[in-house]
Design a protein around this ligand. Structure first.
Ligand SMILES: NC(=O)c1ccc[n+]([C@@H]2O[C@H](COP(=O)([O-])OP(=O)(O)OC[C@H]3O[C@@H](n4cnc5c(N)ncnc54)[C@H](OP(=O)(O)O)[C@@H]3O)[C@@H](O)[C@H]2O)c1
Length: 322
């Protein structure tokens, strides 16, 4: 009897997870049906979605996680719910409605459905933060564990891969800006993780395998790549792999803040920047070392279950930035 994985939030990471599960279906039993849910299924007519084998994919379900009445029908019969919904911009209320209360709605409905919850959070999640993104990510994690104590929470650093919103965005900016900006002295550190490594992790957590479920139950998995880069290193990589030559200009934090104040008022675009994003860029975004007691890392799980290691950005960026 096939099991059913609901992918809640079919954006950049969600569709790669659907592919990882579908590819693993040839060697992981029982077969897992993939149910993709989206606020706007009509927008999902992408090649990534079309390329999924139809035998593995159930019809799309419309779902807004801020509307609890939509969740039970969407999760009916689910063995696993992957909670991926997140936002990068919006008012503090929007962050609360989506990343906190929305995540809580998902966790409650996953429990009612009797499904294992996999919840995508982020490095930097912090209940004491004044930045709504970071605070609501932490409150979303709490809600996930409160309603589903056996949930697995994943905290990735920046995620890279075709279609990503960071490397891809600066590559686009480098097309028309005469320079690339870094805020402050550009020394903030990141540990970018490849989207397909993250997708393999979620595929693993989604398996109907009692031992894996036990290992990952109630745990936070920190997901970073093999290399730590500064903001300035990242801009250099973007220029190297797009083949462009541009000066890298240091923008003082105060000027970044003024830019954020202006740009956050404009409709979303490649130039979108908010004051909170500028503040976030002040903090390192790397996997803690040592890990908090009892928590896990993507690197350890890839080694143990796939005899592999996280993929370097240097291997992948040239394939899609060039
Ligand atoms: N990408 C990264 O570098 C990164 C790093 C750390 C953590 N994360 C976390 O990973 C998760 C997935 O990220 P992503 O990069 O794949 O983001 P994404 O491409 O923006 O996908 C997020 C999805 O959430 C959906 N969504 C937004 N509000 C919703 C609502 N009220 N109800 C239902 N769906 C809603 C969006 O659907 P619509 O198309 O309907 O708007 C979108 O498909 C997020 O939680 C994010 O915070 C990402």
């Amino acid at each position: 009897m096939p099991s059913k994985v609901v992918i809640c939030g079919a954006g950049f990471i969600g569709l790669r997870i659907a592919h990882a599960i579908s590819q693993a279906n040839s060697f992981v039993k029982p077969l897992r049906h993939i149910q993709i849910s989206s606020r706007s299924p009509e927008k999902l007519d992408t090649s990534l979605h079309r390329d999924l084998p139809s035998a593995h994919v159930l019809p799309l379900v419309p779902l807004d996680i801020t509307k609890p009445e939509m969740l039970d029908p969407a999760f009916h019969g689910a063995n696993v719910v992957v909670s991926l919904v997140g936002v990068l911009t919006g008012s503090p209320k929007t962050f609360e409605e989506i990343q906190w209360q929305g995540a809580e709605n998902v966790a409650r409905a996953a429990r009612r459905a009797g499904a294992k919850l996999v919840h995508m959070s982020a490095l930097g999640a912090n209940k004491d933060s004044k930045i709504p993104y970071e605070r609501t990510k932490a409150l979303g994690e709490d809600a996930a564990f409160r309603h589903c104590p056996d949930a697995t929470v994943i905290r990735p650093s920046l995620v890279f891969g075709p279609g990503d919103g960071f490397f891809g965005r600066f590559a686009q900016l480098s097309k028309f800006l005469p320079f690339l900006p870094v805020f402050g002295d550009g020394s903030t550190r990141f540990q970018p993780v490849f989207v397909d490594d993250l997708a393999r992790l979620v595929e693993l957590v989604s398996r109907d395998d009692a031992e894996i479920r036990r290992e990952l139950s109630g745990r936070i998995v920190y997901a970073g790549g093999p290399d730590i880069f500064t903001f300035r290193d990242i801009m250099k990589m973007v220029l190297k792999y797009t083949g462009r030559t541009r000066p890298i200009i240091h923008v003082p934090w105060a000027i970044g803040n003024v830019q954020g104040a202006m740009l956050e008022k404009l409709p979303p675009s490649v130039l979108t920047l908010t004051r909170d994003q500028v503040k976030q860029l002040k903090h390192d975004n790397t996997v803690p070392s040592p890990l908090p007691p009892g928590e896990l890392s993507l690197a350890d799980l890839l080694r143990k279950h796939f005899q592999d290691k996280p993929t370097s950005a240097h291997r992948i960026l040239p394939k899609y930035l060039a």
